[in-house]
Design a protein around this ligand. Structure first.
Ligand SMILES: Nc1ncnc2c1ncn2[C@@H]1O[C@H](COP(=O)(O)OP(=O)(O)OP(=O)(O)O)[C@@H](O)[C@H]1O
Length: 597
């Protein structure tokens, strides 16, 4: 690495020149590696030479740190080891160390080569020494300035490199609102190749979520919603006035959505069924998808309302936006509003102190699916009606109003007209929701769908459980066709899952694999009559092993069993689940959570 005097070689050369002109004596400057950095007169041709082989006196100065005056070069004790001791041309030599703090960074040599020069120096020795010291100080000051500047530049390079590693957007802004520095993330989020020099306006909205403040950032004619922190920098003025550390709200929403969305998004090709009713429904889905009107999907529990909603979203031009689902029955009444509209820090007691993004905001430019809309409390129905009319929302605890572009799909298995009569559902909301009604027939009205659905689920679960599946026997299919299916496709799916569990290595779903209730209520068939021969098959869907002995169940399994039995007793409808939850002594939301819906 080059010495510091080499780094400031031009400056050193200028000082050597000045010194030489004023003293009328030749001057050379060497660094602490005995490399000649500057030289005048007889030394001017020898600049940039390594003189470590000859600079004996200079080596002494570097060692002792003291100036050295040789009055009789070649004849003094110190000259004895010098290679030029016997042919020394010099008459007098003064070597002055250049210090930077404790370090000696070089030496200035004032070399008189004539008697006249020697006499002149000796005539004013003290003055010459003071002048030399002064020049050594000037060089030292320049070297220090250079080193400080160099350190600062290195620090800036390091900071530049460090902010490149940070996965938040960083911009530094001047007091004139112009971006001075940015990192790669900021470039990406602000969609600018070169943010430096761009004029920006940043305004806090006053909302705070996830420990971050929300800002509106205007860049030209574009506006970004960002979440982060804006800090004053120590200088406050000039090009480095403020530091903004931020994340794009869209990126935060994406993370939040990925964390919270559990919906299985299917398209029309996933809807199984050969019946004319199902085929017609698929055609309707494709047609409805092209519009942006609100759809009200009705049908009994488990008929596939959510599946249809995702198929509409999938076939629509909102497919690049999100599908955000919310089950109005599964969320406690008090929390439903904040789930839908979101809230900011400090919005209400008991709320998550970091705030939360609402489902409507999350669904912007996409679709929101309001499942079990019949269970929405009346005061929220009024609020939803306003959203439907004005397409604007406000987070709880905030006074910001957002315009949203969301398509609303709602679903219910309740008779909303009856609820309107009972004053439990707002008529005006009903008409706003029911712009496109889509009714899904119960399974018992489309029994042609049962065999392909059963095949589909059997294939799916066999693959999941890594079992061989060959076929479903005709008596079993008959039984499945005749069973009334109060829980519709979901119940059929559960039954087939159970049967695949019970299925032997032959891969045949025969009557022995059927749950008792389905076998009994699904009508008697020949196979059952011939195979039962008085032996009572005690298998039920959730508790037995199929080997005739009861397993010891874990508490969790016991709990699941109690919940399933209660649902089986009171029905797989929202009302049924409500009653089941009541009988079990738990809240409806807890029940939904425990059954994973
Ligand atoms: N035609 C179909 N083809 C394939 N799978 C189906 C079909 N209909 C329903 N399913 C499946 O049945 C299950 C229940 O469907 P979904 O949750 O959409 O019903 P739902 O009507 O929304 O139920 P709930 O009224 O309880 O909210 C899901 O696993 C779904 O994929």
């Amino acid at each position: 690495m080059e010495s510091i005097l080499v780094k400031i070689q031009d400056t050193v050369a200028k000082y050597a020149d000045v010194l030489s002109k004023i003293s009328r004596v030749d001057v050379e400057v060497v660094d602490n590696r005995l490399y000649r950095v500057a030289g005048t007169g007889m030394f001017s041709e020898l600049v940039n030479q390594d003189m470590s082989a000859e600079g004996y006196v200079y080596r002494q100065v570097l060692k002792t740190g003291r100036r050295q005056i040789i009055y009789s070069p070649g004849r003094e004790l110190i000259c004895q080891n010098c290679p030029h001791c016997n042919d020394c041309q010099e008459e007098i030599e003064i070597s002055m160390p250049v210090r930077m703090g404790m370090e000696i960074i070089g030496i200035i040599g004032l070399v008189g080569s004539s008697r006249e020069q020697k006499e002149r120096i000796l005539g004013d020795e003290q003055l010459y020494l003071e002048f030399l010291e002064q020049i050594a100080d000037f060089i030292s000051t320049k070297a220090r300035e250079y080193r400080e500047m160099d350190n600062k530049n290195r620090l800036l390079d390091t900071l530049d490199c460090t902010i490149g590693y940070i996965d938040q957007g960083i911009v530094i802004i001047g007091d004139d609102h112009v971006i001075t520095t940015s990192n790669e993330v900021a470039k990406k989020q602000l969609e600018l190749d070169m943010p430096e020099g761009t004029y920006v306006e940043i305004e806090a909205t006053g909302d705070r979520m996830n420990y971050l403040n929300e800002y509106k950032m205007k860049v030209g004619d574009r506006e970004f919603s960002i979440m982060g922190h804006l800090y004053d920098l120590p200088q406050k003025k000039g090009r480095y006035a403020k530091l903004l550390l931020f994340e794009n709200s869209k990126a935060i929403q994406k993370k939040y959505y990925e964390m919270t969305s559990t919906v299985h998004k299917l398209d029309c090709s996933n809807i199984i069924g050969d019946s004319e009713v199902t085929q017609k429904m698929k055609r309707e889905i494709m047609q409805v998808a092209q519009s942006s009107s609100t759809v009200l999907i009705t049908g009994e529990s488990g008929t596939g309302k959510e599946m249809v909603a995702t198929a509409i979203w999938n076939a629509s031009n909102r497919r690049s936006g999100r599908f955000v689902a919310i089950n109005c029955a599964a969320i406690p009444e008090a929390l439903l509003e904040s789930e839908l509209f979101g809230y900011v820090k400090g919005a209400f007691t008991g709320a998550d102190p970091h705030g939360r993004i609402g489902k409507f905001e999350l669904a912007n430019k996409g679709v929101i699916f309001l499942d079990e809309i019949g269970d929405m409390p009346l005061y929220l129905q009024a609020k939803l009606l306003r959203v439907l009319q004005e397409r604007k929302i406000t987070r709880i605890g905030s006074n910001q109003v957002f315009t949203i572009d969301v398509r609303i799909l709602a679903a219910t298995n309740r008779d909303l007209r009856e609820m309107i009569r009972e004053k439990k559902f707002r008529e005006d909301l009903y008409y706003r929701l029911n712009v496109i009604p889509l009714e899904i027939a119960p399974l018992r009205e489309r029994i042609e769908d049962i065999p392909p659905l059963a095949e589909h689920f059997a294939t799916h679960y066999a693959k999941l459980f890594q079992k061989y599946f060959w076929k479903i026997t005709e008596p079993v299919l008959n039984c499945l066709r005749q069973y009334p299916w109060p829980g519709n496709v979901r119940e059929l799916e559960n039954v087939v899952e159970f049967m695949v569990n019970m299925m032997g290595t032959d891969g045949v779903l025969d009557e022995k694999t059927l749950p008792r209730e389905v076998r009994e209520r699904g009508g008697k068939s020949e196979e059952k009559n011939s195979s039962s021969d008085g032996e009572e098959d005690e298998r039920t869907v959730h508790s037995e092993t199929g080997r005739g002995t009861e397993e010891v169940l874990t508490l969790k399994e016991l709990e699941q069993r109690a919940i399933r039995q209660a649902i089986a007793r009171y029905g797989d409808t929202t009302q049924g689940k409500k009653e089941a939850a009541r009988q079990l002594g738990i809240g409806l939301a807890t029940l939904y959570r425990k059954i994973g819906e």
